[in-house]
Design a protein around this ligand. Sequence first.
Ligand SMILES: C[S@@+](CC[C@H](N)C(=O)[O-])C[C@H]1O[C@@H](n2cnc3c(N)ncnc32)[C@H](O)[C@@H]1O
Length: 215
Amino acid sequence: MSDDPREFWDRIYRARDRPHTHRPHPYLVDELTQAEPGTALDLGCGDGANAIWLATQGWTVTAVDVSELALERAAQSAEQAGVAARLRWECADLRDWTTSQTFDLVTALFLHTPLELDYPAVLARAAARANAGATVLVIGHYTLPPWAWDPDDTDGLFSAAELVSALALHAPDWQVRLADEVARTVMHDGQQSSVRDAVLHAVRGRAETSPLAAS
Ligand SMILES: C[S@@+](CC[C@H](N)C(=O)[O-])C[C@H]1O[C@@H](n2cnc3c(N)ncnc32)[C@H](O)[C@@H]1O
């Protein structure tokens, strides 16, 4: 196995002849459909389902991933969805990626990799770029479906509470709206399974200033 994340993830995407998923995560949809759109950062966007959905909701999205191939496919899907102008795809390794921009929403969905990645450090750097009133939404695997590479290997998987402390999302600077493991039904090649996702949903600053305050 290559320990270069670009090579590794390009190979994963090359082996797939279709996008991993066209559907945004249901929690993202439930929580953000009513939100006032602004600027968003999506970390490890993959082939773009979540970033593209955000763009269809009016968000201006910077989407970062290490796989050039995933980003090419994401850009094609964004063209087809008619929202390409609202998305900027950035090919970068998040281990050393930084930005001077700030955002109204920071998302990271299933930013998992078998290669070395200091997940809390990457998330903390991104959370530091959240504007006052911004939402940080991190969703990761907590349990894995039977068809995962190694369903029993939970190394590197964090509970939502572990992420809250690793990112030091404490009051009064942060309001944690949800930090829990949430069940989700998943399908793969006609097989159905139930998994639990670690969902961390936090808002920087006071609730009244959140773009979600009205939701
Ligand atoms: C499991 S996929 C999730 C993709 C997408 N967020 C989703 O929910 O479908 C993990 C993604 O993280 C990206 N990734 C892994 N390591 C990375 C790194 N060091 N820098 C940037 N992206 C990385 C991979 O290329 C891949 O697209």
